[in-house]
Ligand binder design. Structure first.
Ligand code: RBF
Length: 159
């Protein structure tokens, strides 16, 4: 089914756990900052809208998406952090750099989550072009940052 005009960020928010006492870290890659700032805003606002206290949301920047694994580990290892959301945007170029970065980050974030036994969310867009990124960062397909935040909250409900 084509997703050309679909808001892909429609999700259920029923039965979410209480996050009023939970601390979150949002790690933001500076590459493609127009996109990653919009994703961050979506994630931050969604956490607040669902009960997180603003002072319990910590933000840290890393240069590019490749650095998200290490940046996430720095915060995942802190006992007070309940969940980490990694935000990035890797746009396909003429070379295969995007494949290497995307695979490295997906694997790195998975490792950090399993090592520290807490949710580490993959909020990384992997679009073919800038327009696809804009469409998913507050455009016609919604905001994947919102989804990343809801995913973090849902995963906390498992614990
Ligand atoms: N980082 C991103 O977050 N998004 C990108 O689209 C992106 N494109 C890159 C393209 C090339 C050719 C290189 C070398 C790096 C790129 N990076 C990108 C940066 C990467 O995530 C990382 O910060 C650097 O490779 C330093 O480790």
């Amino acid at each position: 089914m084509s997703s050309a005009h679909k808001n892909l960020s429609v999700f259920s928010t029923t039965g979410l756990p209480d996050i009023s006492q939970k601390k979150f870290a949002i790690i933001v890659a500076e590459w493609n900052s127009e996109i990653t700032e919009a994703l961050f805003e979506g994630a931050y606002q969604t956490l607040v809208d669902n009960g997180a206290k603003a002072e319990n949301i910590i933000r840290a920047n890393v240069p590019g998406s490749f650095e998200l694994s290490f940046g996430s580990q720095v915060f995942a290892q802190k006992p007070e952090i309940a969940a980490v959301i990694a935000i990035g945007c890797v746009i396909q170029g003429e070379t295969k750099h995007n494949d290497y970065i995307n695979h490295a980050v997906a694997g790195g974030l998975t490792e950090v989550a399993l090592k520290y036994n807490k949710p580490v969310i993959f909020g990384v867009l992997t679009p073919n072009n800038q327009q696809q990124a804009l469409d998913r960062a507050g455009g016609i397909h919604g905001n994947k940052g919102d989804e990343a935040a809801i995913t973090a909250i849902k995963m906390l409900g498992l614990q």
